[in-house]
Design a binder for this molecule. Structure first.
Ligand code: NAI
Length: 253
């Protein structure tokens, strides 16, 4: 039996990029997947790929930074799938600029999506996860995996808002693990390094070369590298792991 069979996973920001890879990997390992992004129509390809892997999958349009939308989304997923076992908080944005010139709007936008969005979905899934029971009545709980970033650990010039949001995600991960651990709800973070994606394709070549100088494995990461770490943390092989940050960065730090 596939390791995640019978489980339902919510993945945010899953229309493309790392989120899409995570949704597909969880589906391939047996989970049913609620594919969430700003616009449900953008999720068609991810839903199709998850279904092709044998999963039940459905798209949901939700702004992770909007409290009422998040609550409505979780309610809809429960109505459609009956349970929530895995929550992957992946949706994220950047609005880079030097601190001295950063606008309030750019600060708020990034903190709202990356950090508040992670908080809102975590709060919304906590109660349904607490209700999950094993056959013997013991708490089955759930697994929350938050996508942080290497720069949330080390800082990065030009990304005051983004690095603060990801550092916040790491702290939120640790607090969530402490508050929900007794209900067998685990919470861990994956901190990707430099991953090939639309977010990093736009960086100038000299920046990419500078990063490569600091990567012992001498390649940028792939979306699958992240998806595999998420699937591990979401699954039974990680049942005694919580409150941790797993760096997937080719040795960058
Ligand atoms: P991406 O830009 O390709 O995909 C992000 C997805 O999130 C998009 O589909 C977008 O529509 C969705 N999204 C944005 N705002 C949203 C909102 N308010 N509500 C719902 N969905 C929203 O980005 P990528 O590269 O796949 O990144 C995914 C995650 O990985 C992000 O949290 C990012 O910070 C993190 N990350 C990425 C790295 C990289 O090198 N690409 C490195 C470290 C972390």
């Amino acid at each position: 039996m596939a390791e995640l069979s019978g489980k339902t996973a919510i993945v945010t920001g899953a229309a493309r990029g790392i989120g899409a890879a995570i949704a597909k990997t969880l589906a391939a390992r047996g989970a049913n997947v609620a594919v969430c992004d700003l616009n449900a129509d953008w999720c068609a390809e991810t839903v199709q790929a998850a279904e092709a892997a044998g999963a039940k999958a459905k798209a949901y349009g939700v702004n992770v930074a909007a409290s009422a939308e998040v609550d409505a989304c979780v309610k809809a997923v429960l109505a459609d799938f009956g349970r929530i076992d895995i929550m992957v908080n992946n949706a994220g944005i950047t609005k880079d600029g030097l601190l001295m010139r950063m606008s309030d709007e750019d600060w708020d936008a990034v903190l709202n999506v990356n950090l508040k969005g992670t908080f809102l979905f975590t709060r919304a899934v906590a109660r349904p996860m607490m209700k999950n029971k094993n056959a013997d009545g013991s708490p089955a709980g759930g697994a929350i995996v938050n996508i942080a970033s290497v720069v949330g650990i080390m800082g990065n010039a030009g990304q005051a808002n983004y690095t603060a949001s990801k550092g916040g995600v790491i702290a939120l991960t640790k607090t969530t693990s402490k508050e929900l651990g007794s209900r067998n709800i685990r919470c861990n973070a994956v901190a990707p390094g430099f991953i090939q994606s639309k977010m990093t394709d736009v960086l100038p070549d000299e920046v990419k070369t500078r990063y490569m100088d600091h990567i012992p494995l001498k390649r940028f990461g792939t979306q699958d590298d992240i998806a595999k770490a998420v699937a591990f943390l979401a699954g039974p092989d990680a049942e005694y792991i919580t409150g941790q940050v797993v760096s997937v960065n080719g040795g960058m730090i």
